[in-house]
Design a binder for this molecule. Structure first.
Ligand SMILES: [Zn+2]
Ligand SMILES: [Zn+2]
Length: 258
C-alpha cells in the first residue's frame, strides 16, 4: 500500500511540476529563459512526467495565452462561467487544445511567438502507441505492488492516465470559481488555497492574473508557491535565468479585440 501511495504522489508532483514550470511559466509566459539544451531536457522531462496525458507546449501555450487575453469572457477557452459543470468545460477545452496542438487551426500570429517546438518528440508523445504503452506501464506497476484483496487501489489508475487534464481541470475550474481574492481583476479569478500544496502555485489564479509576468505566483506573506521555490534553486544553479521582458498576454488580447 505504501509503495502505491508513494508512486501516485510522485507521479502527481512530477506531472504538476512539468505543467506549471515548463508548459505554463516557460512555454506560455516566458517568465524565465533557458538554453536550447535545457529546453530540450525539460521538454523530455514533461513527456516522461505526464506520460499518456502529455500536453504539447505549443497547444498548451496558445490555449493559455488565449485564456489570459480573454479571461472569463465568451472567448476564453475554459471559463467556468460559461459551462454548467467541470466535465463540459474540459470537453470543450480538449477540442480547442487539440485544434492547436495538432495544427488543425492557426491561432492569431501574436499568440505563437517564442513557444518551444520539438516536432519529433511531440509526434511521439501524442501518438496512441506511446500513450497506450506508457499507460500500460502504470497498470503493470499496480499489478505488481497492489496487495492481494485491495483492488480499490486500481481506481487511481484513470488519474494516472489523465494526470495532465486532471490538473488542468482543478486549476481552470476551482481557480476561477472558489477562494479569496487579493486583487480586483476584470475576471473571476480566485486564489483557491492559502497554501497551494495540490498544484504547486497554479491555484493562485487571482494573483497570477493580476501579475502575469511574475514567476512567483504567491503574493501574500502566508502564501507559498512550491514551484517558485524550485525555480529559485534553478536560478541559483544558472540552469535558468531571469527574463526582464515578459510579454503580457492580456494586452495582446485587447489589441486583437480592438
Ligand atoms: Zn498563466
Ligand atoms: Zn486563469
Amino acid at each position: 500500500m505504501t509503495i502505491i501511495l508513494a508512486f501516485f504522489l510522485t507521479h502527481w508532483v512530477l506531472s504538476i511540476f512539468a505543467q506549471t514550470f515548463f508548459l505554463h511559466r516557460y512555454a506560455a509566459h516566458g517568465m524565465f529563459r533557458m538554453t536550447p539544451f535545457w529546453e530540450k531536457c525539460f521538454h523530455l522531462f514533461t513527456v516522461i512526467a505526464q506520460g499518456p496525458s502529455y500536453l504539447n507546449p505549443y497547444g498548451y501555450a496558445v490555449l493559455h495565452r488565449l485564456h489570459h487575453a480573454f479571461s472569463d469572457t465568451d472567448k476564453d477557452p475554459h471559463s467556468p462561467m460559461f459551462h454548467p459543470n467541470l466535465f463540459r468545460m474540459m470537453w470543450k477545452t480538449k477540442h480547442t487544445y487539440d485544434d492547436y496542438a495538432y495544427d488543425r487551426i492557426a491561432p492569431p500570429a501574436d499568440f505563437t511567438v517564442d513557444i518551444p517546438r520539438w516536432d519529433a518528440v511531440d509526434r511521439l508523445g501524442q501518438s496512441w502507441i506511446f500513450r497506450i504503452a506508457f499507460g500500460s506501464l502504470y497498470f503493470f506497476f499496480y499489478y505488481a505492488f497492489v496487495p492481494e484483496g485491495q483492488w480499490g487501489w486500481y481506481f487511481l489508475l484513470p488519474v494516472h492516465w489523465l494526470m495532465g487534464p486532471v490538473h488542468g481541470a482543478i486549476v481552470n475550474w476551482c481557480g476561477h470559481k472558489y477562494g479569496y481574492v487579493n486583487y480586483k481583476n476584470e475576471d473571476h479569478s480566485r486564489n483557491t488555497l492559502p497554501i497551494d500544496f495540490i498544484t504547486w502555485g497554479e491555484l493562485y489564479q487571482n494573483n497570477h492574473h493580476a501579475n502575469p509576468t511574475s514567476a512567483n505566483l504567491a503574493q501574500k506573506w502566508f502564501e507559498v508557491d512550491l514551484a517558485y521555490q524550485v525555480i529559485k534553486v534553478l536560478l541559483f544553479l544558472r540552469i535558468i535565468r531571469k527574463n526582464d521582458n515578459v510579454p503580457v498576454w492580456t494586452d495582446v488580447g485587447k489589441t486583437i479585440a480592438a
